[in-house]
Design a protein around this ligand. Structure first.
Ligand code: PXL
Length: 282
């Protein structure tokens, strides 16, 4: 009998739009990992590029769900958080981590709240500062440069130099227990990079590059984080996981790029059959 790895992901259900739980559940499951979900909110669509979407905040369901899991003795090998529906939820989630994570369990925090220099609708600096507190429970944090700038109270720009990216990853180390994966190194014309930073061993810092695909896509952060979590839980190093997740995301964008009706997400489902080959190749 092979060992079961059990993950909890906490983020919203956007019923339509290929992000958050509808991305994390299939991708992490495809790694052979049992994936439980705790929805932070239910929306009819995500908030980027759609208008008049519904939003059901599930903040006050979280403590009852936690209590039930405590009664049932349910624990997780890892907890991965993404888009969170309210500031109060950030406190509840810290409690859930303390209560439901196995002693040697891992925490992945994707501070999904901003991109391209702007907060997603409904988020502000106060939320970002509270998100910073949740990040401090993370063994891995996975911000893009916009989220990093809000966490650090820094001015964002579309292209940071390699040195600035490395410096920013170092500054972000106060928001993680161990690893920073800083996405969005844009300074090379044909490559997209990310800094993989280990705060206990700064000589173990890497910039991992993937081919750049010139296309503005939604939901790619969630596709990347889900593949990163899956690869890490299957034993890959942070550098290897960043490469797997970067290639997986890049291929999903390539499968989407020629479809003008598909701007709201990426066709990651079509890459799932290639996942094991990709995992073995890295
Ligand atoms: O992919 C990030 C994300 C997740 N969930 C919701 C969003 C977004 C980005 O806009 O709106 C509801």
């Amino acid at each position: 009998m092979s060992k079961t790895i059990k993950i909890l992901t906490i983020q919203d259900i956007s019923c339509y739009g290929q992000c958050s739980i509808t991305v994390a559940l299939p991708i992490i499951s495809a790694f052979g990992i049992e994936t439980a979900v705790l929805p932070s909110a239910v929306l009819s669509t995500h908030t980027a590029g759609f208008t008049d979407y519904t939003f059901r905040d599930l903040t006050e369901d979280l403590p009852d769900i936690q209590k039930h899991w405590e009664k049932e003795g349910i624990y997780f090998d890892a907890i991965y958080t993404g888009y969170i529906g309210s500031k109060k939820q950030l406190d509840y989630i810290k409690d859930i981590i303390d209560s439901r994570l196995k002693p040697d369990g891992m925490v992945f925090v994707d501070p999904a709240m901003a991109d391209y220099g702007q907060f997603y609708y409904g988020f502000d600096q106060e939320f970002a500062d509270k998100m910073g507190e949740l990040c401090k429970k993370g063994d891995y944090i996975l911000p893009n440069t916009t989220e990093a700038c809000y966490l650090l109270h820094k001015e964002w720009k579309p292209d940071f130099s390699k040195e600035e990216m490395l410096e920013m990853a170092d500054e972000l180390s106060k928001f993680t227990k161990k690893h920073v994966i800083l996405k969005g190194d844009n300074h090379k014309e044909d490559k997209l990079g990310m800094v993989v930073f280990d705060k206990d061993d700064t000589s173990n810092t890497h910039i991992v590059y993937n081919d750049k695909v010139d296309h503005l896509s939604h939901g790619t952060g969630d596709v990347f984080a889900s593949a990163f979590v899956g690869a890490t839980m299957k034993g890959k190093t942070p550098k290897q996981s960043a490469k797997v997740a970067g290639e997986f995301t890049k291929t999903a964008i390539e499968k989407t790029i020629d479809d003008p009706d598909h701007k709201y997400g990426v066709k990651f489902e079509q890459v799932i059959p290639e996942l094991y080959e990709l995992l073995d190749s890295i």
